[in-house]
Design a protein around this ligand. Structure first.
Ligand code: KIV
Ligand code: ZN
Length: 519
């Protein structure tokens, strides 16, 4: 199927930068322009030169450096604006002037106080004046979607006759709906006599959340240039998001029969750059570049995805510059996803081990929202530790009370190898001492805790802590480890782990193990 090549006109540095709170300095604008040229944007609207000396300088700098993309400057239909843009764009490889003038009734009457004929004359004069400096002229009848159609056709025909090569149809206030906007483009095609001499462009705002849908409906109706911004930033609710437009066209070539020259693998890095320089965070569930756009958490989805990616994914994350999709491990995840992650981490567990880790995983996922690789490693480690030490005792529960000024008390229940439970309560100098004392009552051992360390294994306030204890009994010293979100419980687990090791060594008469010292 032969595909129509669309022109991508990026206005991140003009309409995008115009949005409240997103002002960028010269260096930052240049950095974004470089990224846009790597993305292979066809036209970069670098700014509005007459707006301020800073804007002028930055358009000039971008025009001097960037090659391979046209550089556009915005201008009102005024000679001084056009002259300023001409100076700023003097060194551009392929300069374009973008002249705009309001055409809708409300703008004509309240903003400009001009009649229809005055507007037509201004538009023609501006385009003709622009021709003195530019071969590439784009004209935008601002608020086109709310302009009386007959008048809009008249303006478009006049500016094309005057020399405009692109006519851009802005939905300035995001008022259009896709079907209607597509019809507007079709009627421009059939009512403007000289329309074949110009490219139809669209510029949609997102006030009703339809900027991308409106732009795509326009493509379907014959528009051949789309104006958009990275991450959809722009005036008020923003402009059509470039990444959404480009990926919709790429993914649904079958429907649109069109594509762009955008090098899509630079989409994610561009999105990150714009977000970090403007300080505008990308919402997590934003299409294409949101953190969740390629993340699956539900067990059913993960299972399907692991069997065949296209069960739940319509795009390849690599096409956007994302290394791979993420299987988020959380309480909705299934055994299959956990097993895959364990394999990715380099572990091979038996079915029994996997069952045990999966049980612990579900308990942990209830306690903790995000489970990181370190959490999974801790669970594997815990499982391995339990097996290695030929467990005599298993922790069933710990109850521990602590109150300033009072002696801490702990009650511990341990399960022994035969399945019986033993319970003891003890006091201590601190809660951990109380826990160890209660355990000693159950085991009948006299142990000394000679070292105690706690370390955070994962991130956040609900991080898992790893407790390492050194315990000495009868001249034997062993190391015990325990892991958990609750440090008290992890401490009890570490102490029991040490005791199990001691008992194993006593039973096997082993004195030559690494962690046994003494005469
Ligand atoms: O939204 C708009 O109408 C504009 C024009 C300058 C094209 O940004
Ligand atoms: Zn705009």
């Amino acid at each position: 199927m032969s595909l129509e090549r669309l022109i991508i006109f990026d206005t991140t540095l003009r309409d995008g930068e115009q949005c409240p709170g997103a002002s960028l300095n010269r260096k930052e604008k240049l950095e974004i322009a470089r990224k846009l040229s790597i993305l292979k944007v066809d036209v970069i609207e670098a700014g509005f030169p007459v707006a301020s000396p800073g804007d002028f300088d930055s358009v000039q700098e971008i025009a001097r450096e960037i090659r391979g993309s046209s550089i556009a400057g915005l201008a009102r239909a005024l000679e001084r604006d056009i002259e300023s843009a001409a100076r700023a764009l003097e060194k551009a490889e392929s300069p374009r002037i973008h002249i705009f003038l309001s055409t809708s009734k409300t703008h004509r009457e309240h903003k400009l106080q001009k009649s229809k004929s005055e507007i037509i004359k201004m538009a023609i004069d501006a385009v003709k004046f622009g021709k003195k400096f530019f071969g590439d002229i784009e004209f935008s009848p601002e608020d086109a979607s709310r302009t009386e159609q007959d008048f809009l056709f008249e303006v478009i025909e006049a500016v094309i006759d005057a020399g405009a090569k692109t006519v851009n149809i802005p939905d300035t206030v995001g008022y259009a709906v896709p079907e209607e906007f597509g019809e507007l483009i079709s009627s421009i095609k059939s009512n403007v006599k000289n329309i074949n001499k110009a490219t139809i462009s669209v510029h949609c705002h997102n006030d009703l959340g339809m900027a991308v849908a409106n732009s795509l409906a326009a493509v379907k109706a014959g528009a051949r240039q789309i104006e958009c911004t990275i991450n959809g930033i722009g005036e008020r609710a923003g402009n059509a998001a470039m990444e959404e437009i480009v990926m919709a066209l790429k993914t649904r070539k079958d429907f649109f029969g069109a594509d762009t020259r955008i090098d899509t693998k630079h989409i994610m890095p561009s999105s990150k750059l714009v977000s970090s320089l403007t300080g505008f965070f990308v919402q997590r569930n934003k299409a294409i570049v949101g953190k969740n756009a390629f993340a699956h958490e539900s067990g059913v989805h993960q299972d399907g995805f692991l069997k065949k990616k296209d069960t739940y994914e319509i795009m390849n994350p690599k096409d956007i510059g994302i290394e791979e999709s993420e299987l988020i491990l959380g309480k909705h995840s299934g055994r299959n996803a956990l097993s895959k992650r364990i394999g990715d981490l380099g572990y091979k567990l038996t079915d029994i081990e996997l069952n045990e880790v999966f049980k612990d995983f579900k308990i942990l996922a209830d306690e903790k929202k995000d489970l990181f690789d370190e959490d999974i490693l801790s669970l594997i480690q815990k499982q391995k530790t339990l097996e290695d030490d030929l467990t005599t005792y298993k922790l069933e529960s710990i109850k521990c009370s602590f109150e300033s000024g009072k002696v801490p008390k702990a009650s511990v229940i341990l399960k022994n190898k035969d399945g019986g439970s033993n319970e003891a309560t003890a006091k201590g100098d601190g809660p951990i001492d109380a826990i160890c004392n209660a355990i000693d009552i159950i085991t009948g051992l006299t142990c000394k805790l000679i070292d105690y360390q706690v370390m955070s294994k994962t991130k956040g306030r609900d991080a898992q802590g790893e407790v390492i204890v050194r315990v000495v009994s009868n001249n034997r010293e062993v190391l015990g480890k325990g892991i958990g979100v609750n440090t008290m419980e992890a401490s009890g687990l570490a102490y029991i782990n040490a005791i199990n090791k001691l008992l194993f060594k006593v039973k096997s008469g082993s004195l030559q193990c690494d962690d046994v010292i003494g005469p």
